[in-house]
Design a binder for this molecule. Sequence first.
Ligand SMILES: Cc1ncc(COP(=O)(O)O)c(C=O)c1O
Length: 396
Amino acid sequence: MTARQIRARAFSSALSVADWGGRATRAEVNLDVIAANVRALRRVARSRELMAVVKGDAYGHGAAAVGQIALENGASWLGVYTVGEGVRLRSAGITAPTIVFGPFERGEAADIVRHRLTPAISSLEAGQKLQDAAAGTAVAFHVKIDTGLNRSGIEPAAALPLLESLSRFPALQAQGILTHFACADEPARPENVQQLATFLDVLRVLEGAGHRFAVRHAANTGATLSLPESHLDMVRCGIGVCGYYPSEKVARSTSLRPALSLLTKVTRLHDLPAGAGIGYGHEFVCTRPTRVALAPIGYGDGLPRTLGLGVGRVIVRDRLVPIVGRISMDQITIDVTDILNVRIGDPVTIIGASDDAEHSADDLAAEAGTISYDILCGILPRVPRLYVKDGRLRAG
Ligand SMILES: Cc1ncc(COP(=O)(O)O)c(C=O)c1O
C-alpha cells in the first residue's frame, strides 16, 4: 500500500453518503486512528504520563469520544479550557484526572469541587474562590508559571510568594506545576530552551523552599516531538492526538495520521455559459462554459468564507477542484467542468482523502490563511459527528 493509500484509509471510513440516513454533510472521526496516534505519542513520551488535550471539543472531533479512546490507549489525564468542558466530560462518565486550563468564576469553582476537576491557577484570587467553594473537600490544583509566552501564569519571581500564600488555604493541595511554550512549533527557536531553563529555575527555588509537585509538565505536541528534555513528568498533546503536526518544522519521525474527514455530497449539477455570475454578488463570473456542482456546506457549518471565489478546493471523483462562487451560510458551488461523469449524490470531500487525492486540514488552512487548529475547531455543532471504532461506523 502506498503512503497515500494508508492516509486515505485513515481519513476515510469509506461509508457512502447514502448509508447512514442522516445529513449528507458530516464529520467522520476515526477513533482507531486517534487510538494509534495516542499510542505513538505515548511511545515518544516513554515512561511519562500523557495528557490528551480535548479542549475546543477535542479540536472539533468530539471531546468525550476522543477523551475516552485516548484514556483507553495510554493517556492518563485530559485537559480542557473551561469548567463547562470538564463538567461535560464528567456527564459522559469520564472520571480521569482533568485539568481546567482557563479562568473560572465563583459559581464555576463549586463545579470544579463537585466534579473533582483540577484547576490550573496563577493567582491568590483563584485560590480564594476554590477555598470558599471547598466546604471541607480537598482541592488539588496545578500552578501555572509564565516563562515567556506572556499570556497567562504567574511571573517566575512571584511564584514563591504565591505558593506560600496558597499553602495557607487549608483545602488546597499543590499537585502539579506547568508552563506553556510560545514557539514549540518552531523547534530551533531559542525561546524554547530559554523557557524550559526558566521553568527549571523556578522549580529549584520552589522545591528548595519545601514545595513539592507530583506532576511537572510543559510540553505540547511540538515539544513532545522535538524537545525531549521538556517531557518532565507528563506531556500534553492536542493536535498530535488528532493526527496533525503543529507545523512543517516539527520532526515527523513519529507517524501521526489525521482522524477526521469532513464530507458532503453533490446535490445539484447545472451548466452555465461563459459570462454567467455564480452566487451572491456574482463576484465569480464564468470565463468558459462551466459545469457547477452544488454541495450543502457553508460558513454555517464552519467552512471559512474566505475559501470562496477559487481560493479553496475540494475532492470530487478523485480530483481536487475549486470552490467557485462565494461561500454562503449553507452551500458551496464547485467547478466540476473538467471531471467526466459527475453525478448528483457523488461524495464531496472537504477534508480527507480519496485514492489519488488528499486535502487535509493543513491544506484547507493554507488556502484559508490559517492553521489546522482553527479549521478543525471551527467545524460547528450543526455538522453531525460520526465515529469509526474497530472498523465500524456509528453515529455520535
Ligand atoms: C496549556 C496547553 N497545553 C497543551 C496544549 C496542546 O497543544 P497542541 O495542540 O499543540 O499539542 C494546549 C493547546 O493550545 C494548551 O493550551
